[in-house]
Design a protein around this ligand. Structure first.
Ligand code: FAD
Length: 303
């Protein structure tokens, strides 16, 4: 017999998870997959969506700590996310439909560990940590070590994701997330890219820091190696953007499926990468590009 418990405190949820209950937040992956016949609902499920302990966005200690049950709809509108961690707002604004965004959570997105998850590249370039807690204590895992394959993470079955945390960016920094989508809603990323660019505070337009991550071109979200060596000290011009596209395409190892061939993904992830770097550098220079970038520049832009 299936059993659903509704946790009313974090301690209760942790105790149930330690007893083998599987958490459900918005249910837009877990329940939708079961309804669609892709997987069985677990026998013992604990709902964590009412836990106020997991629903805060907190910047009081510097950086940002986002509770696991914060919805995509909240992320895309939250001023602290838009101002300081814009790529995450770009990503949240693209998830599914308004209904999906209203109930789908950042914790669910992270723990579901799809290689096409939209918050993944932003979390990677923003140098985030996943905060895990069990009855035995708490640990933080850098996001770069967290996903180990499609649907797989280093978390243990008795651990809950309670938050994601990220440090403040240096001054003169901007971030952006862009994805290729064939239509504007109810679509998952064909490919995507997130970037952070930091510019020289002296105002000469030269890059002093950069990171780039790719979505849906490997078994997990991947960080692009060598991007800092390629861009630091340069201005973001056509030649730099061509190098960004080449690096991204070289490091992608996409699959072919009914949505795109591997060659098409390798090419278009380069286009998304250069677009993400360009938008991030424009934001770093003070330009106001509304969230999400996808609706502001390039494919799907509202003109
Ligand atoms: C129509 C539709 C469109 C979608 N479009 C997109 C899209 O564009 N981009 C995208 O990235 N995703 C998309 N998704 C997937 C989904 O909406 C997101 O991944 C969402 O963030 C999942 O959050 P949730 O709270 O609903 O997760 P749930 O379904 O509640 O949980 C997902 C998994 O994570 C586990 N889990 C949840 N919370 C925790 C926690 N705090 N600690 C430990 N484990 C936890 C659950 O046990 C389960 O295994 C879409 C889904 C649907 C149905």
């Amino acid at each position: 017999m299936k059993e659903l418990r509704i946790a009313t405190s974090l301690d209760e949820a942790l105790a149930l998870v330690a007893d083998g209950y599987q958490p459900v937040a918005g249910g837009t992956d877990l329940v939708v997959a079961a309804r669609g016949g892709k997987s069985e609902l677990p026998d013992h499920v604990v709902a964590i969506d009412r836990l106020t302990e997991l629903s805060e966005i907190d910047s009081s200690d510097g950086g940002l700590q986002i509770g696991a049950t914060v919805s995509h709809a909240r992320l895309m509108r939250d001023e602290s996310v838009i101002d300081g961690f814009t790529a995450l707002a770009d990503a949240a604004a693209l998830v599914g439909s308004p209904a999906t965004r209203n109930v789908g959570t950042i914790g669910g997105n992270v723990m579901n560990a799809s290689p096409a998850m939209d918050t993944g590249s932003p979390l990677m370039v923003l140098d985030s940590e996943i905060v895990l807690r069990s009855v035995g204590g708490e640990r933080r895992v850098p996001v770069s070590d967290f996903w180990t394959g499609p649907g797989q993470t280093v978390s243990q079955p008795d651990e809950l994701c309670i938050a994601v945390a990220m440090p403040d960016l240096p001054s003169e920094s901007g971030s952006a997330y862009v994805r290729l989508e064939y239509r504007r809603a109810m679509e998952i990323a064909v490919v995507g890219a997130g970037a952070v660019v930091s510019l020289n505070p002296e105002g000469d337009g030269r890059v002093v820091g950069v990171s780039l991550a790719l979505t849906a071109v490997a078994p997990t979200i991947i960080a692009v190696g060598g991007i800092a060596d390629a861009l630091i000290g340069r201005a973001i011009d056509e030649s730099a953007l061509a190098d960004v596209a080449a690096l991204a395409g070289d490091q992608a190892s996409p699959i072919s499926d009914l949505r795109a061939s591997d060659d098409y993904r390798r090419h278009t992830v380069g286009v998304m990468a250069r677009r993400a770097v360009e938008a991030a550098s424009r934001r770093a220079a003070g330009a106001s590009i509304p969230v999400p970038v996808n609706r502001s520049v390039g494919i799907g832009a509202v003109t």
